[in-house]
Design a protein around this ligand. Sequence first.
Ligand code: FE2
Ligand code: FE2
Length: 286
Amino acid sequence: MANPDDIIPRDIRFGILGNAQRHWLEDDIIKTVLIDGLSVFLPEGERFFIRSLKHYAAKMPDRQMAAEINGYAVQEAFHTREHEEYNRAMMSLGYDVEAMEKPIRFGFEVVKNPLHRLAITCAIEHMTATLSTLTLRHPDLLDKAAPAYRRLWMWHALEELEHKAVALDVLQAATPEMSRWQRYMLRVLGMNGTLLPFLVIFLRNVPIYARADGVKTGLRFWLRFIWVTLGYPGYWRRCLPNVLRYYLPGFDPRNSDDAELMRKGREWLANDMPPGSGAAPAGKAG
Ligand SMILES: [Fe+2]
Ligand SMILES: [Fe+2]
């Protein structure tokens, strides 16, 4: 079980709306859409995750588990608030966030079974933890980002790492009657049901995003898109091995020791955020 003391919700406002910036990462539309495109998923996604876990919270007799779920929910609620503002900032720049969000909302709404919702939450938490590990291991990837955006993504990465095991802990506790293999199959189905729709929706949204910039998404655009994701810096290529680890029958997110990464992330946040922002260690809350 995760240590609830590691899950530290930080009530920080990043002021993205007041600092809205087009192509905020290296003035590069492809690098920026790869990250802005994730934010489009987040408010809907994070509300879905909170509901998925809270459904089981009341049934958990274990106080430590209840504390984990509570820390998780508070962190995700702050993330939702900041990503709603982030997405409003995108709208203020002319991006059609509503059109991009539509299939995402539909995708989350069609899943009604609480156990399926939980399995999907586990899968997405693994994907966000993977991206967060990449971000915290290579903060240089965001060196040239606009400061408000860089701070928000580093904060989000740190907290995703802190709570990465919570959903899987809940899955384990919520299915005592299942054998290891049944639970494994549920996990795999959750990941299969997540990965493909995520990729399809993400790629569908890229031209909607580019249209707002007056950029044509022709062959040249897509060849460079492939290069940036799979070649250099190769964001998706670097994530792939860890995403696939989820398919190992004995997968346990705690197998990789993230204590050092979390320490670095906390130090980075305390140093990079303006004083009084709530990012310092004293910012521990809820
Ligand atoms: Fe989050
Ligand atoms: Fe999360």
